[in-house]
Design a protein around this ligand. Structure first.
Ligand code: PLP
Length: 227
């Protein structure tokens, strides 16, 4: 059994290794610790070790944790499915939303972002494997959606996010991430100032980093199994 600090150290090591093997600066890759279904105390231990960014997937669970940990200066990222009736809470209590998957959700988040806060950083979720079971914009719908959403006043469109199908092996894992990198490049060439690829989880962070991930979302590798 490893401790949470040992697990974080091992993941930082993996990120550094992966960055060096493709000639990237490890500082350009942000570790988002996915704390969904982990106890508040685990987040406290991670924060004491210097971790600032935490990702949550369930609004009610997240709001409880944000309240309990209000004494810490943490940055909260929403990464789960976004229902319309939850946009207000997300707009009020988070700094990032990675899983924006419909225009309607983006519009509501912008309308409900309090004027006292800076714009909400968002990523558009891409259904990169065109799976019926997954939400997200299809790759061919991304450009039109991005051009619309970038004009919403209280959002800051940062880039793209995906959750690919699980694949075995480095080369197979890289394929959907390469597609994401191409989609981001296309948008940048069309003049959109985007800087974020939110991709890579515990099992495939090396492949994501090889294809340009700037945020890796890591749960079990840093915290252990979820409860
Ligand atoms: C749970 C989750 C993760 C983390 O997954 P692990 O395999 O535990 O690293 C990352 N991204 C999203 C969207 C998730 O829901």
């Amino acid at each position: 059994m490893s401790t949470i600090p040992e697990r974080f150290a091992a993941v930082h090591q993996r990120i550094h290794q992966a960055a060096h093997s493709c000639g990237r600066d490890p500082q350009t890759i942000r570790l988002l610790a996915v704390s969904k279904r982990q106890p508040t105390n685990a987040i406290r231990i991670a924060a004491e070790g210097g971790q600032h960014d935490f990702g949550e997937s369930y609004v009610q669970e997240a709001l409880n944790k944000i309240r309990e940990l209000a004494d810490l200066a943490l940055t909260w990222h929403f990464i789960g499915p976004i229902q319309s009736n939850k946009t207000k809470d997300i707009a009020r209590h988070f700094t990032w939303a990675h899983s924006v998957d419909r225009l309607k959700i983006a519009t509501r988040l912008s309308e409900q972002r309090p004027a006292t806060l800076p714009p909400l950083n968002i990523c558009l979720q891409v259904n990169i494997d065109n799976e019926a079971s997954k939400s997200g914009f299809t790759p061919d719908a991304i450009a039109a959606a991005a051009k619309h959403i970038i004009q919403l006043p209280n959002l800051k469109l940062r880039g793209l996010m995906c959750i690919p199908q699980p694949r075995e092996g480095f080369d197979a894992q890289r394929r959907p991430f390469r597609h994401m990198c191409e989609l981001l490049n296309d948008l940048q060439q069309q003049g959109l100032a985007l800087d974020t690829l939110s991709m890579g989880m515990s099992a495939d962070l090396e492949a994501a980093i090889a294809e340009g991930a700037t945020i890796v979302r890591i749960g079990t590798a840093v915290f252990g199994e979820r409860i």
